[in-house]
Structures are given as C-alpha cells and as structure tokens.
Design a protein around this ligand. Sequence first.
Ligand code: HEC
Ligand code: HEC
Length: 319
Amino acid sequence: MADKKNNPAEVKDTGHVWDGIRELDNPCPRWWLNSLWLSGVVVVVYFILYPSLPLINGSTKGLLGWTQINEYKEALAEVEVIRAPFEDALAAMSVEEILADQKMLNYAIGSSKVLFGDNCAACHGTGGAPAQNAGYPNLTDDDWLYGGDINEIEMSIAKGRAGTMPAHSKLLNATEVDQLVKFVVNSSNGTATEAGKALYAAKGCFACHGADAKGVKMMGSANLTDRIWRFSGTEEEVRYTILHGVNDGSDSKTRVAVMPAWSEKRAVILELTAEAIEDDEDPSEIDWDDELEGDESERLTEIEIKKLAVYVHQFGGGQ
Ligand code: HEC
Ligand code: HEC
C-alpha cells in the first residue's frame, strides 16, 4: 500500500503553514479511533453498573449495588470465618492451656500485636520496653513486680495494679534517710552492710520489701537487690522514692504508678475460680450471673485479656 502520509504532495493540508512547515490533514489511525469509541462505551457501561452520577443526596447507586463499605465488610466477613473457630476455642481455654497449645499460642500472639499497640504501648512502649525513666515497668525483662507466671500476668492486666509505699519524709531523720539510700544502692551491687540491714529492718522496710529485700509479689514491692530499677538507681532518685513514697495520696510529690484495670469481670472470675480450687470446690458450680451482676466493667474482653497475657508472657521475661 502506497503510504500517502509519506508523500506530502498527495495529502490534503489544512492550509496552515509555519516557517515553511505545512500542517497535513491525515485521518486519525483506525486503532486510535476504535479505542476512543470503546472507552466511551466503557464509561457508559460503568455509569450504569456502578455508583457514579452525584445527586443532591448521595449518588446514583448502579445496577451492581457495589459500595466500598460492602466490599470491606465482605473482606472482613471472610477473615471472621477464619478467626471464629480460634476465638471460640480461646473463650473456653485458660491462659495455661493456650501456652501449651502451639497453634492457639501462635494465633493469640498474632492477634495481640494490634491490641498491645492500641492499649498498652503508650505506657509500656512498643514491644513492652518503655523509654528509660518513663516510670513504667519493662515487660521484657525477667524482673516482675507482681510475678511473671502466666496467671499472675493475666491478673495484672485484668485487675490493674498500683503498688503503694508510704512517704517516709516524716518517719525518718536525715541521717537515717542517708543510710537507707546507701543501703538500697549497696544492695543492688551486693555490698550492703550489716548496719544498713539493721536499719532497713528497724524502719519497717522489710514488711513490704521482704527480709531479703527482694520484694514481695503480693504487694508489687520492688526487688531492691538487683540492678533493675523500677524508677532509677541513682542516689537522688532512690532518696526521692524513700522520702515521697509511691502512690501515697498524703504526699503531693509522691511517685504515681498506676496500671489501669482492663477487665474487672475477668479479675473477679480469676479470683473466685482460684478461691474455689483452694477450698476444694468445683469452680463450674459457681453462679456467675449472680457473682458478676451488673457492676463489672470491661475495657477489654476476656478473650483479649487472655491474648495479651500470653503475648506479654512471650516477650521473653515470662516464667
Ligand atoms: C497508663 C499507663 C499504662 C497502660 C496504658 C498500661 N499499663 Fe501496664 N502498668 C503500668 C504501670 C504504672 C505498672 C506498674 C504498676 C506498679 O508499679 O504498681 C504496670 C504494670 C503492668 C504489669 C505488671 C508488671 C510486673 O512487673 O509485674 C503488666 C503485666 C502490665 N502492666 C501489662 C499491661 C498491658 C498488657 C497493658 C495493655 C492492655 C498495659 N499494661 C497498659 C502502666 C500502664
Ligand atoms: C507499705 C509497703 C512498703 C514499705 C513499708 C516500704 N516500701 Fe519501698 N516500695 C513499696 C512498693 C510497693 C514499691 C514499688 C512501687 C511500684 O513499683 O509501683 C516500692 C519501691 C521502693 C523503691 C524503688 C525501687 C526501684 O526499683 O526503683 C525503693 C528504693 C524503696 N521502695 C525503698 C524502701 C525503703 C528504704 C523502705 C523503708 C524505709 C521502704 N521502701 C518501705 C512498698 C513499700
């Protein structure tokens, strides 16, 4: 085929000439024209099938009834179908049982990352390690105020925690404060003196921190003999704790250390179940409707508490 485009002499022109360059009047290529008509058809079909034309309230709905939110809901429903058997199983399992079941454990850990990020990381840091001296305990070491057993961790989360140590500014004289600061700092590196130990005992510190100064889980009193500090190990900070205490409402400078409760309901269930077992009774006979009536608040569901407990437990410090 003789290509007319290549022979300007035979092609009509538009009559436009710039600097000796003529503008020819070639027809558009067929493939190009076809694509143009086709795209017009696609637009019309799209308008009919999908929401498109804006109206005063909303827009035309389209024959397919498609919406973005429906698509999202369908995707979510698919995920729920996969999750449902796991969630049902978790509801019936104790945290100990979850730990012993690798498949459930993987599921619980996988679905806790977001939970932890949303609810816990603000204080405890991403991954359970808070900024230094932020005043929140590190959950990734094996130093636990309230115990690193899986049940103790679950209880910490469900019930919340707030250790209290009285301010000692009015109970001790300046020399005694100095000596106790020394005693605490020395204890952390194994050089506590007999005189220090005697004063520690005489001033009643042992009642909460224990005769060996290693802390008592029931009270969440810190271990004073390790190098892991709840607050800080400098003499200045230790002095501050001794003078102003922790969560002591009568001292306006007291240290504040409050772990919020996430499910009082779960805490009551755990407490009553443990009590029943201790008394040789069958926990399945407890009348929960009666025990839990009305007042038990839940910021996280029982299943979420269990998931978080195993999640925290696997941070590395769980016992
Ligand atoms: C508002 C800050 C805050 C938030 C949010 C928070 N915690 Fe805590 N958490 C604390 C404080 C403070 C303590 C220490 C309480 C004390 O010193 O008596 C603590 C203690 C704990 C303990 C006990 C640690 C030990 O050494 O025994 C665990 C476990 C824990 N938190 C887990 C969680 C989980 C899981 C979440 C999220 C559901 C969470 N925390 C959310 C502040 C917080
Ligand atoms: C009524 C119980 C109680 C008594 C009495 C008590 N403490 Fe405490 N103490 C606590 C608790 C609970 C904590 C931890 C608070 C927390 O982490 O939430 C604590 C924390 C501390 C800390 C901070 C440790 C760290 O790792 O940062 C020091 C230091 C301390 N106590 C020293 C003393 C000394 C010295 C005495 C005696 C004069 C004493 N305590 C008496 C309950 C007590």
